[in-house]
Design a protein around this ligand. Structure first.
Ligand code: FPP
Length: 249
């Protein structure tokens, strides 16, 4: 029985948690093992955190699995990550369905290797009717690229007379991002001690609470997740208002 889990306020859970899974390489290095060994063990953490999130009632879990910058890693590592993704999606499909979890993905997916892309699309289709939690993988993702694409698509609509300049507001931008329809994450976690955003969900995290932990991703388990949520629940989210205003409204 988890003491931390018992302390969670289930009425005040974040709807959406986003995670920058970092430290796989260093975790492996500490064990004198190749980086890929770290990624393989990272999958164990993905499974545990996904299960724990669904269990307590998180509705959206977005995991930063591969950034557009990650292509510059050694080819061996990139290939291993892509293969790992294919294997994981295939292997976990039954568990996803058993747990009523819907797989989803954001990022420049069409530029993924065809096998990775096809497996991902199969996984998304096979879980499309699940409605307990959305497991959203950010793959070949760049927040800046996402904003450039949103800007282009808005400009296109203006030039075609489908949208007026004056009507453009935050909702317009939301609708043109790949996260359209997904609420902004209230909590963003980054593991491994790095305190950076690294081009992840720049627009969507405007008011997110940021949680940094020294734990390397392969070691991150359900207890660490509860700890992060408890920390979040003990913060006061003011959205620019004063504490006094929050108690009145
Ligand atoms: C960061 O650690 C991790 C990644 C770039 C990849 C994350 C991938 C997985 C956990 C495995 C596959 C994912 C799924 C969803 C099946 P790093 O390599 O940057 O670590 P370092 O900073 O210590 O080098």
């Amino acid at each position: 029985m988890s003491l931390l889990k018992d302390q969670l306020n289930l009425e005040k859970l974040p709807k959406h948690i986003a995670i920058i899974m970092d430290g796989n390489g260093r975790w492996a290095k500490h064990r004198n093992m190749p980086r890929v060994f770290g990624h393989k063990n990272g999958v164990t953490a993905v499974r545990e955190v996904s299960e724990a999130s669904a269990e307590i009632g998180i509705q959206y879990l977005t995991l930063y699995a591969f950034s557009t910058e990650n292509w510059s890693r050694p080819a061996l590592e990139v290939n291993a990550l892509m293969t790992l993704l294919v294997e994981t999606v295939k292997r976990e499909l039954k568990t996803l369905n058993d747990n009523n979890i819907r797989l989803s993905a954001i990022g420049n997916l069409s530029k993924l290797p065809s096998k990775t892309y096809d497996t991902l699309m199969e996984g998304i289709a096979a879980t499309a009717n699940n409605d307990r939690m959305v497991l959203n993988l950010a793959l070949n993702y760049s927040a800046k690229e996402e904003m450039i694409n949103a800007t282009k698509s808005i400009a296109q609509q203006v030039s075609e007379g489908k949208l007026t300049l004056d009507s453009i507001n935050a909702d317009t931008i939301d609708k043109h991002l790949t996260t359209s329809g997904i609420p902004d994450p209230e909590l963003l976690i980054r593991t491994s001690g790095e305190q950076r955003i690294s081009n992840f969900l720049l627009w969507q995290i405007a008011y997110s609470e940021l949680y940094f932990t020294e734990t390397y991703w392969p070691d991150f388990n359900r207890e660490h997740l509860y700890e992060a949520i408890l920390d979040f629940q003990n913060r006061e989210r003011r959205f620019g208002k004063t504490s006094e205003q929050l108690t009145i409204t």
